[in-house]
Design a protein around this ligand. Structure first.
Ligand SMILES: [Zn+2]
Length: 44
């Protein structure tokens, strides 16, 4: 198994967009605000 072998995929990139409060996926690049719960999603 090679978990990080997706072409063009970068798990770190999308993981930074996940809301720390509710786990929703942000539509915009951090820093932004969660569309579901309004929590701030800081740039990492
Ligand atoms: Zn949220």
């Amino acid at each position: 198994m090679e978990p990080d072998d997706e072409p063009g995929g970068d798990p770190v990139c999308w993981a930074a967009r996940v809301c720390p409060e509710c786990g929703a996926f942000a539509e915009a690049e951090p820093p932004t605000r969660c569309a579901r719960c309004g929590a701030e999603i800081p740039a990492s």
